[in-house]
Design a protein around this ligand. Structure first.
Ligand code: ZN
Length: 499
């Protein structure tokens, strides 16, 4: 039975997280429902609720509650993860002086505007001074938070707790060594897919019906979730019993919404699989962005872009969408697996995607360590791009100015996308070993065995284990590059007629 001081502590933790969850609900509403004139006072509502959660976390009595609970509940494995993760969140918050936090907020609001203009005119020089200032402020953040090897670790820890850049780099280097030649081979492959089959007419209402059918088959519970429309798709897990997905539609590009929904529903299944008994505490929350992304990418790419999946679902798609009746399954399957080095990260396929991330990871670390001057970033970007993907951006808008992250002072976030792809392959292989009939079940439209396996092995644990420990427990090994590369080779070499 947890101590009385722990009860007092966890009651406060629930208040903090409940305020954060109400904030997310307001944000979801802003992206999907809010009438245009509501925006101004919505900002005030958001500011208020963010303040509530901040005060409850940083106030002096939270420090006292946390210390008492730590003293009296030390060694209790049932409560240890909640103490560990709240200590981490608390330390990260209190180590940063308010003046620094405010200066970052001011700098970001100017930098974002400057970035929008700079990207529009493809004028990096106009953004450079803002980037320089943000890097300086983020170096200060890293110093305050503390790190053992390099400042990047302190920043990445916000998104991928416990990850170290030296370890990430080791895995990335191994991937790079094998992936660059594979991408080059695919570029000059004898076979090419006919991408025009993706651009046939698909009415929005029919797409919505298909989306719902597939998300339901995946095991997404529509009594504990919704699917709505927004400009940028996202998933917001307010509680395990209220998970909001969004998508957007293009009537002449079916994959956007189709795979977008499988991606967001993958995130959504993770949120619905968390233990409601631990709601609003770390034990009822996801491990990290990388682990979250492993769930979305597994459903989107490893399931949604597999042949087994379409053996069952393609006839349903053809029945719903007359424009596809004459398109053979093999043509569809090849087209949804188009691999093509492209300039824009968010449009990249599952083979080339990680190269976009590795380039950013490398540049961010060098910028933070001061090894590269900001003015040299465009040239360094273009050189790296050429050597990794074999093409060169024709402008900075299509190069180093394409992502919003840096203008928001976000450094150390990008690697979580690539880690997600790697975790996904390693988890999926473990799932296939545990459930040998999985491909056959998927080919019959039965997706729930996979969902149930993920729920039992990953979702329900919340933050009981850190990402590295979770991977070892679930797959028996630390994170590596082998399963990812094996997946790519076994799928794409035959598809593109390579040996
Ligand atoms: Zn995602």
């Amino acid at each position: 039975m947890p101590s009385q001081s722990y009860q007092a502590f966890i009651t406060r933790v629930r208040e903090i997280q409940m305020a954060a969850s109400i904030e997310s609900l307001l944000e979801w509403d802003q992206e999907t429902m809010l009438p245009p004139r509501g925006a101004e006072l919505r900002a005030a509502q958001l500011g208020f609720i963010a303040g509530v959660s901040h005060e409850r976390l940083t106030g002096s009595d939270f420090a006292r509650l946390l210390e008492q609970a730590e003293r009296e509940s030390a060694g209790d494995p049932e409560v240890e993860p909640n103490l560990r993760e709240m200590r981490r969140a608390f330390d990260r918050k209190v180590k940063l002086p308010t003046s620094l936090v405010q200066e970052i907020a001011r700098t970001v609001s100017l930098a974002k505007e400057a970035w929008v203009r700079a990207r529009k005119g493809s004028n990096f020089a106009a953004f450079a001074p803002h980037l320089e200032k943000l890097l300086d402020l983020k170096r200060q953040v890293a110093e305050k938070i503390g790190f053992t090897t390099e400042p990047y670790d302190a920043l990445m820890d916000e998104y991928e707790p416990g990850a170290r850049s030296a370890d990430v780099q080791k895995v990335f280097d191994q991937v790079k060594k094998e992936l660059v030649p594979l991408v080059a081979a695919i570029r000059s492959a004898p076979r090419r897919p006919d991408e025009s089959v993706l651009k046939r007419h698909a009415p929005r209402e029919t797409q919505a019906v298909l989306n719902r059918l597939i998300a339901t088959a995946m095991g997404f519970d529509f009594d504990a979730g919704r699917l709505d429309v927004s400009t940028h798709p996202f998933c917001s897990g307010l509680t395990p019993q209220d998970v909001r997905l969004t998508t957007r539609y293009d009537e002449h590009y079916l994959p956007m919404s189709l795979f977008g929904v499988m991606h967001e529903a993958g995130h959504g299944l993770y949120e619905q699989g968390l233990d409601p008994a631990h709601a609003f505490t770390p034990l009822g929350q996801s491990v990290s962005l990388g682990i979250h992304e492993s769930q979305s990418r597994m459903w989107e790419n490893l399931v949604g872009r597999s042949r087994s999946f379409w053996l069952y679902f393609y006839p349903l798609l053809q029945a719903a969408l007359p424009a596809w009746r004459e398109v053979p399954l093999d043509d569809w399957y090849f087209a949804i697996n188009t691999v093509k080095p492209s300039l824009i990260r968010v449009e990249a396929d599952e083979v080339t995607y990680n190269l976009h991330i590795m380039l950013r990871f490398d540049l961010e670390r060098r910028m933070l360590r001061g090894e590269i001057a900001v003015r040299d970033v465009p040239a360094a970007w273009n050189d790296a791009f050429k050597s990794l993907l074999g093409i060169t951006p024709s402008s900075d808008a299509e190069g180093c100015l394409q992502d919003i992250h840096w203008s928001m002072g976000i450094f150390g976030y990008f690697p979580t996308y690539a880690l997600g792809n790697l975790y996904a392959c390693q988890f999926f292989k473990a799932a296939n070993q545990a459930l040998p009939d999985l491909p056959a079940r998927i080919a019959h439209g039965e997706l729930q065995p996979l969902r149930d396996w993920l729920r039992k092995n990953i979702h329900v644990h919340g933050q009981r284990y850190r990402a590295d420990e979770l991977v070892k427990r679930v797959t028996g090994r630390p994170l590596g590059h082998a399963d990812f590369m094996e997946h790519l080779r076994s799928k794409y070499q035959p598809l593109y007629g390579l040996h």
